[in-house]
Design a protein around this ligand. Sequence first.
Ligand SMILES: Nc1ncnc2c1ncn2[C@@H]1O[C@H](COP(=O)(O)OP(=O)(O)OP(=O)(O)O)[C@@H](O)[C@H]1O
Ligand SMILES: [Mg+2]
Length: 608
Amino acid sequence: MTDLSDRSTSTTSTLRRLWPHVRPHRARVLLVIFATLVAMLCGLAIPLVIREVVDGPIARGDTGSLPWLVLLVVVLGLAEAGLFYLRRKLIAAPSTAVEATMRAELYAHLQALPVSFHDRWQSGQLLSRATTDLNTVRRFVAFAAIFLVVNTAVLVIGLGVLFHLSALLGAVLLVTSLPLVAISYLFESKFKVVARTAQDQAGDLTTTVEESVLGIRVLKAFGRGPELARRFAAQAAELRATELHKARIFAALWAVLIVLPEMAVAGQLALGSFGIAQGTTSVGTLVAAITVSAYLRWPTDSIGWLLAETNQAAAATERYFEVIDEPTTVQNPAEPVPLATPVRGHVRFEGVRFSHPGSDDEVLRGVDLDVRPGETIALVGATGSGKTTLTALVPRLADVTAGRVTVDGVDVRDLDLADLRRVVGTAFEEPVLFSASVTENVALGAPGADEARVREALRIARAEEFVDALPWGLDTRIGEQGLSLSGGQRQRLALARAVVGRPAVLVLDDPLSALDVHTEAEVEAALRRVLHGVTALVVAHRPSTVQLADRVAMIVDGRIAAVGEHHHLLEHDEEYRRLLSSADGTAGTAGTAGTAGSAAQDEEVAAR
Ligand SMILES: Nc1ncnc2c1ncn2[C@@H]1O[C@H](COP(=O)(O)OP(=O)(O)OP(=O)(O)O)[C@@H](O)[C@H]1O
Ligand SMILES: [Mg+2]
C-alpha cells in the first residue's frame, strides 16, 4: 500500500485502458452523449422562454404570443423527456457488452495463468474483481463517463447563457463555482485512496466467506465456527469503517456543493434586484438568470458524485488489470512442433530444475529420468521432496526453470498445449469433482467423449459398478452441489477422467491415497489395467502400488537418488527400504515393517 501516492496521478491513464473495450461501441456512445447533451440543452432553453414571457406578455399585458411560448415550453419539455428515454435505452447494450467481454477476458486469462498464480492470489479477490469491480466499470460506462462529459458541457454553455443574459449575474455564479473546482480536486485525491481500500477489503471478506464455505467440515470438526465468525465480524467492521470514512468525505463535499449554489442565488437576487431598481436589468432577465442557475444545480452538484464514481471505476479498473497484467508464463509456442503419429509416449526429464516463482529454494535440482514407451515408473520420495512438482511439469501446469522435459524427443514447451494435454492424461492428489453429472465430470478428460467412451473409462477405473448404483446412474449430479462421493469413489472417477481420452502418457499423483485396504485392492486392479500399454509416471507411497511399476525412481532432495526394480532397490538400498517401510506403516497394510515403520515416519515428519 506504499504506492498510493502514485495512484492519485493515474486515474485518467487507468481509465484509458478501458478504451479498447469501449471502442467497438464508440458510435453508439457518442450518440448517447449527443442525445443527453441535447436533452439537457432543451431544459436549459426553457428559462429563456420564461424571460420572453415575463418581459413580453406579462410586462406589457399583451397575451397574443403567450400560447406559442407555452407551446414551446411543452415541446422543449417533451423533447427533453424523449431524449432521456433514448439515452437509457441506447446505453444499456454497450455498457453491458463492455462488462460481459471484460468478464469473459478475465475468466479466459485465469484459465491461462499458471497454477502458481493461484497459489499467490486469494480466490475471494478474484471473485470480487469478476463481480463487484466489473459492475462498477459498467456503471461508469453507462452513467458517470457520459454525464461527466455532458454536465461539463452544460455547465460551460449554461455559464455562457448567463453571461449573455447579464455579465454581472453570470460572474456571481462563476465566482461561487470556482472554489468547487478546487474542493473537488482535493476530494478526488482523498476519495481515491479510500475507494481502493474499500474494494480490497470487500475482496478479503469474500475470501473469508468462500474459504469457510469450502472448509466448513474442517471448521465444524475443530469447533472453529465462533472464531471464524469473530474474524468475519472484524473484517466486516473494518470494511464498514472504510465505508463510513468514504461517507464522511462525501458528506463534507456535498455540504459545500449545496451551500455554494445557494449563495450564488442569494447574490444574484441581491444584485439583480438592485439592477432592476436602477433600471439596468429587466425582471425577466433576473427570473431567467435564477432559473438557469437553478437548472445548473444538478450538473454542479453531480460533479462530486461523478468524480467519486470515476474514482471507484478507476480503482476497479486497476484491480481488474492487476490480474490481466499477470503474465501467462505457460504459453502456447508460436510455431508448435507436431508430434509424430502414432505417439510412442517416450518421456524424458533432462537436467530438470525447478523453483517456485519468487522463491530462491530449488525444489528440483537436476532431475534426469527416462520413462520408456509403455513403461510404468513409480515415483517415491519423502513428503515435500518434489514428486507433485515433477509430475506437474509433464502437462505443463508449470514450466521448468532449467533443463527440459520431452515427449517423443520434443520439448513439451514446443508442443501445442492442446496436443500435449491430449497426449498426457493426469489425475491429481486431491480428486476435484465439479458440480455436474458423472458423465460430464469424466468427459472433462476428453471433450466430446460420448457415453460409450465414458463407460469404457469407468470400467477401466473400476467405477462402473458404483456409478450404476447411483440414483440417476451416469446422469447423477455430483460435486459441490450434488451427491457427495467417498474418497475412493472420487479417486476412481479421477482415474476414469485421466484415461477417457486414451492418452499415451499417464501422470498419476498418488492415485490411491484415499483408499481403504479393500478398495485399494480394487483400484489397484483397475490401475493395473489402466497402466497397460501406456507410459506412466505414478507417484506412490505404498509398496503395493510400487509393485505395479516396472521400475521405481526415488527422489531425494530434488534429485533422483536411485532408479531400479522394486525388489532390487529393496535389497540394496538402505534409504529406499526405510522410505517404503515407513510408508507402509501408515498405510497399515501387510508389509515389511509394522508399527516401527509408522514411528519412523512420525520421526521423519517431526524432523521437517
Ligand atoms: N507455491 C509454492 N511456493 C514455494 N514452495 C512451494 C510451493 N508449493 C510447494 N512448495 C514446496 O515445494 C516442495 C515440493 O512440494 P511437492 O508438492 O512437489 O512435494 P511432494 O513430494 O508431492 O509431497 P507429498 O508427498 O506430501 O505430496 C515442498 O517443500 C513445498 O513446500
Ligand atoms: Mg505431492
